[in-house]
Design a protein around this ligand. Structure first.
Ligand SMILES: Cc1cc2nc3c(=O)[nH]c(=O)nc-3n(C[C@H](O)[C@H](O)[C@H](O)COP(=O)(O)OP(=O)(O)OC[C@H]3O[C@@H](n4cnc5c(N)ncnc54)[C@H](O)[C@@H]3O)c2cc1C
Length: 648
């Protein structure tokens, strides 16, 4: 039971057929085609007669041409690079005449624990299957695409047919076996909630199995901004805020959530997030105390910190903490169905990997499968319109499994998701966030304007206020207006969101002719005209704003003077689209304050608990900054404690 298991299988995310070929420089041995080789042989001095020389050379040339025709590649080692999530991914590929002998990723900056899965797995799969048609590694699509594109480039350099290789089917997976397991607690999902629950349950002496459908544990926190509410912790006190309170956090959250929050869950959260934060720190999930508490419009007291190394740093620390326990981790294994007994109690789960069908009998099941942002069927029409930027894994499996007939779990607030006003549409329906750049840009001279070129909101207002304003504008969007000085800083702050300098150059080249809209021009008139705004209106807006900077008072929208220290200066000028984006869903399963799932008749489903984003209602219709990570870890820890108590 306590053996560690790593299930290796090819992940189930299909790459898009059109892989972007690398535009980056490539180097490799100069191709030596058959003719060149034959000519070199023919020219070699021999001691035979002229007549004989001709015959021998012809024979050699013919033989080598035949040989070369049979060969698929020009043997050698080739190098190419293609853009990954965080910059170029460089590969080195060695070919024999008829095979891809070795693929190695020699340079990359991809996210540890996510992109690195593709770096570790794909090279071997390509060699094993002699194909570029292998599936990308789930959750690491962009890195997978980069590796496949760079290898395709090398194939082309070696004279091979990369297109044909994309259609070579990878080896079929082996036949499945059935396996039955017993445990105290099976945790479905290894995100922040599931991993925290595992760490705590192990500490409390439970036998734990985590079932995780992706090739890695981490979930949303791995790609999150890595901010967390730490209200009531020693960390917050040490950072200088000693008089924050459960009541203050409760009031702020209710206000932000339009009073739709479930009071008893919010109280449970506020009473426990401080102790959870200090406990996490002791477990090795540390916070960036040097940068200190963040100032946010949503909060009466400063109560948010970032993790050291951002969300990816927190996820890695959690993985390490779990690796040091006896927990069994089944990766690339999807939980498919809850098992119930005759009384309707949940007694385990069915789960499945490529090679094994598991039946896991457990004394308790913790649902920690995250949100449903990536499942249009579970979203209402309004949310379907918002751009998505969350993890591929957020497909609402927990809601689907728990609402199945035999379990009949209740759900609430399924129509809400946390929308931010600052997405750029990088492909249809998919966003990336500019928030990192915006935070820097507000300290400079950036403003928000609508499609008429008018300011309509305080740029330093809460996300909710800006979003609500944005939703009332034409096209439900705003533009970020920046001068050259602000833009040159803004664009350097987007790497964490996976927007590279090359991406930005590409968007600027489009100059508003396609999404994402990145309009640029030497003058305000020029950008206004390209965006279809009245140039005089935009100029008037800028003059008025610069006047507020001079007087130190934003008479129209009340932007704080601390954030109005620079006038909008010289061009070139830039207008960047700002659209609603979301990753995190607010609805989900109904639980009581012991984190037990409730059914549609209002009764407790015995044996089934839930934690993290799969739980509905804690935040109301919107969550303030740092709240979701805080809830995931707090509810994960509390669930483990409740389960340990119940199993005594
Ligand atoms: C880009 C981004 C930025 C964010 N920034 C912040 C921030 O700065 N601060 C903040 O507070 N919140 C932030 N959030 C939200 C926050 O990170 C999440 O709400 C939180 O991490 C959710 O944790 P979870 O464990 O409940 O769910 P998840 O992290 O989604 O984990 C669920 C896990 O379950 C697995 N799973 C799903 N279905 C199955 C199945 N059938 N079988 C097995 N495994 C399954 C998934 O693969 C996943 O690993 C951000 C989210 C995103 C996407």
């Amino acid at each position: 039971m306590r053996d560690k298991k790593l299930q290796a299988r090819t992940a189930a995310v299909m790459l898009s057929a059109a892989m972007a070929m690398s535009a980056a420089a490539c180097k490799g041995p100069a191709p030596t085609d058959a003719t060149t080789a034959a000519q070199a042989t023919a020219a070699a001095p021999t001691e035979t007669t002229a007549a004989e020389t001709t015959t021998a050379a012809e024979t050699t040339a013919a033989a080598e041409t035949t040989q070369a025709q049979k060969e698929t590649y020009t043997a050698g080692t080739y190098t190419a690079a293609a853009p990954g999530l965080k910059g170029d991914v460089t590969v080195e590929v060695t070919f024999t005449g008829d095979a891809i002998e070795k693929v190695e990723v020699t340079d990359h900056q991809e996210t540890p624990g996510i992109g690195t899965n593709a770096v570790d797995k794909l090279p071997g799969q390509i060699v094993e299957s002699q194909s570029l048609g292998v599936d990308g590694v789930a959750g690491a699509t962009i890195t997978s695409e980069a590796i496949l594109a760079a290898v395709a480039d090398c194939v082309a350099q070696a004279g091979g047919d990369a297109e044909a290789l994309k259609h070579v089917e990878a080896a079929a997976s082996t036949e499945k076996t059935a396996e039955s397991m017993e445990t105290d607690l099976v945790i479905l999902g290894g995100g922040a909630a599931g991993m925290t629950a595992c760490m705590r349950a192990e500490e409390l002496g439970l036998d734990v199995i985590i079932v995780e459908k992706m090739p890695f544990m981490g979930g949303a926190i791995s790609i999150s901004g890595g901010n967390q509410v730490v209200m009531g912790s020693q960390l917050q006190k040490d950072a200088g805020v000693e008089d924050d309170s459960v009541q203050s956090m409760f009031d702020d959250f209710m206000k932000n959530g339009a009073d739709l929050n479930v009071p008893e869950l919010l109280t449970l959260y506020a009473e426990n997030v401080g102790a959870t934060s200090d406990w996490l720190q002791a477990q090795g999930v540390t916070f960036d105390t040097e940068s200190g508490l963040h100032k946010l419009a949503e909060y009466t007291y400063d109560r948010e910190l970032a993790y050291t190394g951002s969300g990816a740093g927190a996820a890695e620390a959690m993985r390490q903490a779990i690796a040091a326990t006896d927990a069994t981790v089944l990766l690339e294994t999807r939980a498919t169905e809850l098992l119930t007994d005759d009384d309707g109690a949940v007694v385990g789960v069915k789960a499945s990997s490529d090679s094994v069908d598991y039946t896991i009998n457990a004394r308790a099941v913790l649902m920690a499968t995250g949100g449903y942002g990536n499942n249009k069927e579970l979203l209402n029409e309004e949310m379907q319109q918002a751009l998505y930027y969350g993890p591929v894994s957020s497909t609402g499996d927990g809601v689907v499994m728990a609402t199945a007939e035999d379990v009949d779990a209740a759900t609430r607030l399924m129509e809400y998701g946390k929308r931010y006003p600052n997405g750029i549409e990088v492909s249809e329906g998919i966003a990336k966030s500019t928030i990192g750049g915006n935070i820097a840009a507000w300290t400079m001279s950036a403003i928000l304007v609508n499609s008429e070129g008018r300011r309509v909101v305080n740029e330093k207002a809460s996300n909710r206020t800006i979003l609500e304003t944005e939703l009332t504008q034409e096209g439900q969007m705003l533009y970020l207006l920046m001068d050259e000085e602000t833009f040159s800083v803004w664009k350097t702050k987007l790497g964490g969101a996976g927007i590279s300098q090359e991406d930005i150059d590409g968007y600027l080249e489009l100059n508003g002719s396609a999404t994402p809209v990145f309009i640029h021009g030497e003058t305000l008139e020029e950008v206004a005209e390209t965006a279809g705004m009245d140039p005089e209106t935009l100029k008037t807006t800028v003059e008025a704003y610069n006047g507020y900077v001079q007087s130190g008072s934003d008479e129209e929208f009340g932007r704080a003077a601390d954030y109005m220290t620079m006038e909008i200066g010289d061009g070139p000028y830039y207008l960047v689209e700002q659209k609603p984006r979301f990753a995190t869903t607010m609805g989900g399963l109904v639980i009581n304050d012991s984190l037990e799932v409730q059914n549609t008749s209002g009764e407790t489903v015995s044996g089934l608990y839930a934690a993290g984003e799969v739980v509905g209602g804690v935040m109301g219709d919107d969550s303030p900054s740092g709240a979701n990570n805080g809830w995931a870890v707090t509810s994960g820890k509390l669930a483990a404690e409740q389960i340990a108590e119940a199993l005594k």
